[in-house]
Design a protein around this ligand. Structure first.
Ligand code: FA5
Length: 363
């Protein structure tokens, strides 16, 4: 078994070393650590071993896991740096030209690249598509009804204070005409404060069981600072099926943290209040900087809060036409900017929308 493990380790180390793109590395990571990955499945025969053999192979296996995860992390950095250097080496702007003939004028186009948030969106979609989640789109200008009321947050409820909201003035309170001229009364209009505005829409459109994900811009009436923007992106999953529990939620959290941080990041759930989930949870990831020992970034706690989540409240399921005695649901979401700040060590969330090329060209 030791030899088998060693062969596996050498094979993957070589493939990691030879990989040339982040996509290739993501593929390798899944090949090793995915649900049916070769490393994930390796311990399945451990139960047949003698105690003495187990004592030898277990630490070796753990060490191999660490080595491979670390090799992927290191190679990711190298690939990113190589891409960045390539961009830097490209000549920019106009070439020296002869003015003899205007027809000869050739310009070198400056090549742009996708924004860091867009790159991250693609990573997230890739990770959750693999688990069968499909994308759902919900409006950014929405009604009070979908953004709040159907999510168990009635008018004048103190929970509204959790979201500083930008409302839109309409000529007649909340009344707009549809394209067909029909008089709709969606309630007050607003800029959605979170992607949770999709929850009941999904339930209305899709019969359970389903796995849906929502990605997009949200808006809040914020006094901006290093951690608060007025315009930012959120991601959320809405997963409804029979017999779901907080255990599924914990699994999804750890799966996702592994996919985006590139190695085993333990997750833990702690109680947190959101009106549309019960129980509600703050999802912490073991601090990626100090690995739980406590450092400046995590404020000495050893954990960083990375997402908000919970079991969808029975009232919300009912509002979406789903019987809470038959189905249960998981909602799980986070802000892309804040998550990237942790992963990339970015100090100010406002940099993402700043258009500052010194920042954007790094990614
Ligand atoms: C919500 O918006 C909930 N809808 C999340 C949720 C989904 C809970 C599903 C339960 C189930 P909250 O207000 O905490 O929760 O925002 C979620 C995340 O959005 C935050 O953790 C943060 O990452 C990001 N975020 C919130 N406000 C801002 C802001 N002003 N600037 C940048 N990111 C923000």
């Amino acid at each position: 078994m030791e030899t088998q493990l060693d062969i596996l380790k050498k094979k993957f180390l070589l493939e990691i070393e030879n990989s040339q793109s982040l996509k290739e590395l993501d593929g390798l990571f899944l090949q090793m650590f995915g649900k049916s990955g070769e490393i994930t499945l390796f311990p399945k025969n451990f139960s047949k071993l003698e105690k003495s053999e187990l004592k030898i192979i277990s630490p070796l296996f753990n060490q191999t896991k660490k080595t491979l995860a670390e090799a992927v992390r290191k190679r990711r950095g190298e690939v990113k740096l190589a891409d960045f250097k390539k961009i830097l080496q490209e000549p920019l702007g106009l070439r020296k030209i002869s003015t003899d003939s205007l027809e000869k004028i050739k310009t070198k186009k400056r090549q742009g690249h996708t924004h860091i948030i867009t790159q991250f969106e693609e990573e997230i979609i890739r990770a959750f598509s693999k688990l069968g989640f499909a994308q759902f789109d919900a409006p950014q200008i929405d009604s009070d009804t979908y953004n709040f009321e159907l999510l168990n947050i009635p008018q004048d409820h103190p929970a509204r204070d959790l979201w500083d909201t930008l409302y839109i003035e309409t000529s007649e309170e909340g009344r707009v005409k549809s394209e067909e001229g029909e008089n709709l009364n969606p309630g007050k209009l607003l800029l959605r404060t979170h992607t949770s505005n999709a929850q009941v829409r999904i339930m209305e459109k899709i019969k359970p069981p389903f796995r849906q994900m929502i990605l997009g811009r949200c808006y809040r009436y914020e006094n901006t600072d290093a951690r608060h923007e007025h315009t930012f992106e959120q991601f959320e999953i809405v997963y409804v099926d029979k017999g779901l529990s907080m255990a599924n939620l914990l699994y999804l959290s750890e799966y996702f943290f592994q996919a985006i941080f590139g190695y085993d990041v333990k997750a833990r759930l702690k109680p947190k209040y959101y009106p549309f989930v019960e129980p509600g949870a703050g999802v912490d990831g073991l601090c990626i900087f100090c690995k739980g020992k406590g450092c400046k970034v995590c404020g000495g706690v050893g954990w960083l809060e990375l997402a908000g989540a919970g079991m969808i409240h029975p009232t919300v399921l009912k509002n979406g036409g789903i019987d809470p005695d038959v189905y249960s649901g998981i909602a799980w979401g986070f802000g892309l900017g804040r998550m990237l700040m942790v992963r990339e060590g970015i100090k100010d969330v406002r940099l993402f929308n700043s258009g500052d090329l010194r920042f954007l060209n790094k990614y």
